[in-house]
Each structure stands twice: as C-alpha cells, then as structure tokens.
Design a protein around this ligand. Structure first.
Ligand code: WQD
Length: 334
C-alpha cells in the first residue's frame, strides 16, 4: 500500500511517516519546506530503516501533483500540508485562505482524476470554537474565531459535499487537540522558526535558555488554577491515530470526523510544574493579560475514536514533557 503524505516532513507529518513505514506502508512525501527542513527525510529513514520517496513542491501546483501521481500508484492520501499559525492567519487571511483551500481543492481534483478516493484530513479542535460544555464530542456545534480555524472548517464542508457528490470517496477527518512531545530518539520533533506561539515550544526554549521567561496568558479563567486548560496529546499517539484512520479509509467508504485527544485537560501551570519536575529544570514565568481569542478550557471526548478507530492515546503528560525537552537536548537547537 502506497500512501502520499502532504506536508510529510512537518512536525506531525514526519512522526506519522515513521508510523506508516513501521506498519509496512510505502510512503511518498510532498512538501514545499515552507515550515520544515529537508533533512527530516533522512531522519525518518534513520529511525525506520526504510526509504522515503520525497518530492519538493507545492500542493497548490496541479502539474506538480500530476507528476507525482503519474510516477506512483497512490492508494491513499494523508493531507497535512497547510499554514497553521492562528495569529498569523488573523494578520494574513488571504494567504491562509489561498494556500489552505487551493492546495486542498487541487489535491482533491488530482486524486479524483487518478481514481484515488481515500483521504485522511488533518483538521483541528479549533473548529469547535469556545465549547459550551466539556468533554467535546464530535457532534458539537462547529464555530471558528480565526481565519486558520475557518480554513479547516471550510475544508471539512468541502469534503462533506464531495462525498455527497460521489459516494466512492472514503474520508476520515481528524480533529487534533494540542499535539506536543517528540519521537523518543530525539531525531525529529517540533522546531518552530522564531518565537513560538504555542506553549510547549516556548517552555522548551526557556528551559534551553534561548528565551528568558514564559508569559502565562491570564490566570483568571474559569479553571482549576485560573490558567488555560487544554487536552495535550503526545505526537506519537497522534501519529498512531493516523494509522488507524488510514486503515479505516482503505477498508470502508464514507466520511466521518474523529477527535484525537486524551480526554484529560491540563492547565498551563500544571504543564509548567510537570515539565520542571520531569526535566529537573526551572521555568521562570510571569502572569500577563489574557491572549485575545483564547478559551478557558478544552478537552476531548475520546469515545468515538475508541469505538470507531479502535484508538486511544497511551502516553502521559510526563512522557510528553520529557520527550519535548529531549528533542532539544539531543539537537542542541540554538
Ligand atoms: C495553550 C495554552 C494559552 C503560549 C493552538 C491553536 C490550535 C492548534 C493548537 C493547530 C493556552 C497558554 C500559550 C504562551 C501561554 N493548532 N499559553 N503562554 O491556543 O490551545 O491551540 O495550537 O491546529 O488550532 O489554536 O495552543 O499552545 O498556543 O496555548 O500561557 O506563551 O497555553 O493561553 O491556555 P492553543 P497554545
């Protein structure tokens, strides 16, 4: 079975490629390297001992996709490629709508032309907006508050309309909660360019003395200690969820959405304290104002993913904190 992975040398894509190869799939990666490094291909090959076929190119470019599909019989696609920074999407909405929507529509058109109608799509819990109650189940109302999240919601609608038009499609929509951590080898992990927007990469840079202190955005939320609560999930657990999803789209037809979370919520202060304990480091921090658009709390119901994909997360928050820092220590990222 040959799987095309768009954005396959990115953070979640690279970990998923390792799991695909470990499960006997052949992997073809397309990536424009706008938010990833080419040397990750070699690291995936080192981790798995398997070859990766890599094409540098843009998923918006249909001629590029035609070349790939002409050279390989693709059985299924996992589509990660897309811009994903919430703050940047507010400043540059057209860039986000163009890139995330056009790349997806181009991909779907070429897949259809080549008779490949099995897709796993990388969506996000951000499509739930500010949930009225918790845990979040997949039938909750969908509502977005930023252009990035809206591209994900729009693509989910496109996929649902596509399935109505052609029942031969088999589509799994995966709504990620907060992916953190890294492969235990320390060879691949999360290495955002510049000042990280997300909590864990920021904490890691503070631990590595690249940044002075963590700013905790608000301590007056309606949560256990006043700081924001999120459902953090180890990136390896997330990658394994994609294996279950690709098996499902290969074996069935239809379209459905699944939460990929742990079902547990941790506050910012709990993450900081766990990180310090597990890694024996100090994370200086200060409490500052809330960040615009942040919600109090968010964590997943994991029932549907367990029942329909036979998948559930296994790593604990301590594993996530340890592996996230191990990646930086092993790569002495500066
Ligand atoms: C987590 C918590 C912050 C940074 C985002 C996207 C979402 C998904 C995951 C793509 C919050 C607090 C953070 C910091 C802080 N990405 N925080 N100081 O906002 O839950 O989700 O990433 O799909 O779409 O919205 O993740 O890591 O930014 O924030 O206090 O420097 O940490 O307020 O409570 P978020 P995050």
């Amino acid at each position: 079975m040959k799987v095309l992975v768009t954005g396959g040398v990115g953070y979640i894509g690279s970990h998923t490629c390792c799991e695909l190869l470990n499960n006997g799939y052949d992997v073809v990666v397309v990536d424009n390297l706008s938010n990833s490094q080419r040397n990750v291909v070699k690291k995936i090959e080192k981790i798995t001992g398997k070859k990766v076929i890599f094409y540098k190119g843009d998923v918006c470019d249909k001629n590029f996709l035609i070349k790939v599909f002409n050279e390989h019989k693709i059985d299924a696609v996992i589509h990660f490629a897309g811009y994903k920074a919430v703050g940047e999407s507010v400043k540059k909405p057209l860039m986000y709508y163009h890139n995330n929507l056009i790349s997806t529509i181009s991909l779907l058109e070429i897949m259809s032309d080549f008779g490949c109608k099995k897709l796993v799509f990388s969506s996000s819990a951000t499509v739930y907006g500010n949930p009225k109650k918790l845990p979040i189940t997949e039938d909750f109302p969908l509502h977005t508050t930023n252009p990035y999240g809206t591209t994900k919601l729009m693509i989910e609608s496109i996929l649902k309309d596509l399935y109505v038009s052609d029942n031969e499609w088999s589509i799994a929509i995966l709504r990620y909660f907060n992916p953190i951590g890294a492969h235990s080898s320390g060879l691949i992990g999360e290495n955002p360019n510049g000042i990280p927007n997300n909590l864990m990469p920021y904490i890691v840079k503070v631990a590595n003395k690249e940044l002075k202190e963590l700013s905790i955005f608000g301590s007056d939320y309606n949560t256990k200690d006043g700081t924001g609560v999120r459902d953090y999930i180890h990136v390896i657990d997330l990658a394994k969820g994609h294996i279950k999803a690709i098996q499902k789209v290969i074996n069935d037809n239809g379209i459905d959405a699944y939460n990929l979370g742990t079902g547990k919520g941790y506050s910012v202060l709990e993450i900081v304290n766990t990180f310090e304990k597990v890694n024996n480091v100090k994370i200086p921090y200060k409490i500052v104002d809330r960040r615009a658009g942040d919600i109090d709390a968010c964590y997943a119901s994991t029932v549907k993913a367990k029942e329909m994909l036979n998948w559930s997360a296994e790593f604990e928050i301590e594993d996530m904190c340890r592996d996230a820092y191990n990646y930086v220590l092993k790569n002495k990222i500066k």
